[in-house]
Each structure stands twice: as structure tokens, then as C-alpha cells.
Design a binder for this molecule. Structure first.
Ligand code: FES
Length: 316
């Protein structure tokens, strides 16, 4: 007599591991988030380093040089610079009726000796040829982001698998937290004032971008350009990110046992804490949007300033 046929389905082979590096019982795509974050960070680091060093790049690595364009324009830093004769003849040659005043956020505030934009224009007596002006600026937002509580979690996972994800085994045995070498992460709060100041300058740049110079008459005109919207949105997104800072939340509301005492929730510190908490709830979202947009804002200004694309503007 033939043996009875197997009636129960054979269970699927369990591919999870419970021992060793990256061991986990999770069956979802847990690795997707750290890989995406590592990719996003790396792209930003490569692009921002290239643009910060752009003023000193060999010509082969820059967009084609257009004769008679002022340096700040050709390098894609600022669209509103006048030429050596103090005129906008270069803009006329490019067929522009008005010159927008867009400053790349990587170079804001404008500090170098040759700078013609903003309240701090020419504060430092360095020419563009001495050192890239971006280096006066970028250390502050860079250190603010590197030490940000959210970003720490994200890049510890993405770059160091520390841990790779929730419920996934680390590829090392000891856990020391943020001690020893990582104590410098506590400097985060000291970079906060610089980041708050940058919002002021970037807002100034956004408002200033409503102003255009008429190439034919040299008169100031007002309007709105695609760059105006890009720069204003950049300031808003960076403000949303900075206003949600955990350190700021602690500073404005910290040191109290009861947030609503003694003024029944009407104290300035309580209302400030609520304000910061509103942005803090979506800190990750603000972090990524502002990171992406600041790079895009620089990219747009770069393309317009170097004459690669024409500015899109509506003059009132
Ligand atoms: Fe993220 Fe301060 S914690 S900006």
C-alpha cells in the first residue's frame, strides 16, 4: 500500500538569524532607512564640498567662464554684482532686462572684500582668491547639524551601524554611549546662536531678492522671481529646523519642575517651549527638507548667476 501523502504545507524557511552582527528577527526592510540616509548624507557632503571649494577649482571643473562677468557672478555666488566699471553691461549682453539679487546660501552672509551684498558686505579684508568665502560660513551650520540630536541618531546608524536599526544586532560587543571621544557632541548648544543668526541673514537675502536692478536705467525695481521664492523658502525651512532644536527647547523651557506654574501656562517660557515643541515634533522632517533645499537653492543661484539659465522674474 502506498504511503499516505503529505497533507500539511511545508513551512517557509525562516531566514532570520538570532546571533552575530546584524542578527534580527525583523522581516521588514529595516536596512532601507539607514542606506537611504547614508546615500542622502554622502550626496550632500560631496555637493557642498564641491561648491564650497568651487571658487578655487581648476577651470576644467567649473562651468564655462563667460568673459566680462564679475567674479561673484561667474562663480555662481551672487547674481547682482556689477562689473569692474560698476555697471551691468554684462547683463545687457546676456539679454537680461533686470538683474536679480540672489546670493547663494552657501556664501551668506557675504563677507569677502569683493562682496557687494548684505549688511556685512566686505567685513573681512580677504579676496575670493585668498580663501573660499564659504569657509567663513559653513563651519557653523555644519557643526550644528553634525551635533544635532536627530542627525546623530541617523548617521550613527547609517555610517557606523551603531546600532543598524531597532532590534538589529550591532557588529560590536561593547556599548559606551556618547562618552570619551564623543563628548564633543555636547557642543551642540554652542552652535545654536550662530544658526539663529544665519536665519536672520538668509531672511534678509530672501527679502532682498524681491529687488531687481533695471539694466537700461540702473533703477531699482520690485518683483518676484523663481529665485525669490527659492531663497524665501530656504529661510523658512532652515528656521523650521532650527526652531525645533532640542537644545533650544531645553533653554527656553528648561530648569522648571512645573511648566504651567505659577502663571497657569501663560508664562513666556511656557509659551516659548510650546512654540519650539511645535517644530520639534517634526524635527526629522524639517532636517531633511532644509538640507535638501539649501543645496537646491545654491544650485539654482549658481545656474542663474553663471548665465547657464535665465532668471524667471515677474516685475511689478
Ligand atoms: Fe537638532 Fe538641535 S537637536 S538642531
Amino acid at each position: 500500500m502506498a504511503p499516505p501523502r503529505e497533507t500539511m504545507a511545508t513551512p517557509a524557511k525562516d531566514k532570520t538569524r538570532t546571533e552575530g552582527a546584524f542578527a534580527t528577527e525583523r522581516r521588514d526592510l529595516w536596512w532601507l532607512a539607514p542606506v537611504t540616509i547614508a546615500f542622502g548624507f554622502t550626496m550632500f557632503i560631496v555637493y557642498s564640498t564641491y561648491r564650497a571649494l568651487y571658487t578655487h577649482m581648476p577651470a576644467a571643473l567649473q562651468l564655462p567662464f563667460i568673459e566680462n562677468l564679475p567674479d561673484a557672478v561667474n562663480l555662481g555666488i551672487y547674481t547682482g554684482a556689477t562689473d569692474a566699471a560698476g555697471s551691468y553691461a554684462w547683463a545687457e549682453q546676456m539679454g537680461w532686462e533686470v538683474v536679480p539679487h540672489y546670493l547663494s546660501p552657501f556664501y551668506s552672509p557675504c563677507l569677502g572684500a569683493g562682496c557687494q551684498h548684505g549688511p556685512l558686505a566686505g567685513l573681512f579684508p580677504f579676496e575670493v582668491g585668498t580663501i573660499s568665502p564659504a569657509f567663513y560660513i559653513l563651519w557653523a551650520p555644519l557643526m550644528f547639524r553634525v551635533t544635532c540630536y536627530y542627525y546623530r541618531k541617523a548617521y550613527y546608524r547609517a555610517y557606523f551601524a551603531d546600532p543598524p536599526a531597532c532590534g538589529v544586532e550591532e557588529p560590536r560587543d561593547a556599548y559606551e554611549g556618547e562618552s570619551k571621544f564623543l563628548l564633543w557632541q555636547n557642543l551642540h548648544r554652542w552652535f545654536l546662536p550662530f544658526s539663529l543668526a544665519l536665519i536672520v541673514f538668509l531672511t534678509y537675502d530672501g527679502i532682498y531678492a524681491f529687488q531687481f536692478t533695471d539694466v537700461a536705467t540702473g533703477e531699482t525695481r520690485y518683483g518676484i522671481g523663481l529665485g525669490t521664492a527659492v531663497l524665501m523658502l530656504n529661510a523658512i525651512l532652515l528656521a523650521g529646523y532650527t526652531f525645533g532644536c532640542h537644545a533650544l527647547r531645553h533653554i527656553v523651557g528648561g530648569g522648571k519642575d512645573c511648566m504651567t506654574c505659577p502663571k497657569n501656562g501663560q508664562s513666556l517660557s511656557y509659551r516659548s517651549w510650546k512654540f519650539v515643541s511645535f517644530f520639534n515634533r517634526r524635527h526629522m522632517m524639517w532636517a531633511w527638507l532644509s538640507l535638501f533645499w539649501v543645496a537646491f537653492a545654491d544650485f539654482y543661484v549658481w545656474l542663474v548667476a553663471s548665465g547657464t539659465i535665465d532668471p524667471i522674474v515677474w516685475i511689478f
